[in-house]
Write a protein that binds this ligand. Sequence first.
Ligand code: DGI
Ligand code: FE
Ligand code: FE
Length: 188
Amino acid sequence: MKTADIKKIRKKMEKMLDAKRFEHTLGVAYTASALAMRYDEDINKALTAGLLHDCAKCISNEKKIAICEKHNIPINEVERENPFLLHAKVGSYMAMKQFNIHDQDVINAILNHTTGRPGMSQLEKIIYVADYIEPGRRQAPNLQQIRKEAFQDLDRALVMILGDTLQYLKSTGMPVDSMTQKTYDFYI
Ligand code: DGI
Ligand code: FE
Ligand code: FE
């Protein structure tokens, strides 16, 4: 991943996303790069995955489902009910096909950024955590504490986010994707 390629991705994302989502995307990319510095990970991979993680976010639910069906991307029951969850799977597919990203770790970071997965790589954890703590986020409880923890102990921050996410889903009555629960059980 060269700097020039990253600039190109950034320009494309500005066109593909609405202004608010683009702002969030930049927040995630730069937060991920700071975490990469802290944890000795590849900064350009963190920037690339951060820029692309929500690339499918502004695609309609109907279109996301159609893309999955066309390319044999499996849709589970919870995703069928909450198609916004599919932006992670569709986004990782688009990163490969439209943005020519072939680095499996970057692809996995995009694929698993919403639910996590057991046995995440450092880069996957960095994107998952950066998505939650980037400076533009305001609403989440314990955000101040989680932001601090992210730069002290990445796994602890990960568990805090998974725990708060499950609690939030429970309180709103939204169905839990089995992967979110499995990830929490794995890391707790
Ligand atoms: O795309 P973003 O908003 O930047 O962030 P994201 O991709 O992490 O999505 C966050 C939302 O996903 C948040 O409202 C919680 C929700 N979410 C995470 N895990 C699950 C979930 N929603 C459902 N229904 N089930 C899950 O397991
Ligand atoms: Fe997302
Ligand atoms: Fe995001």
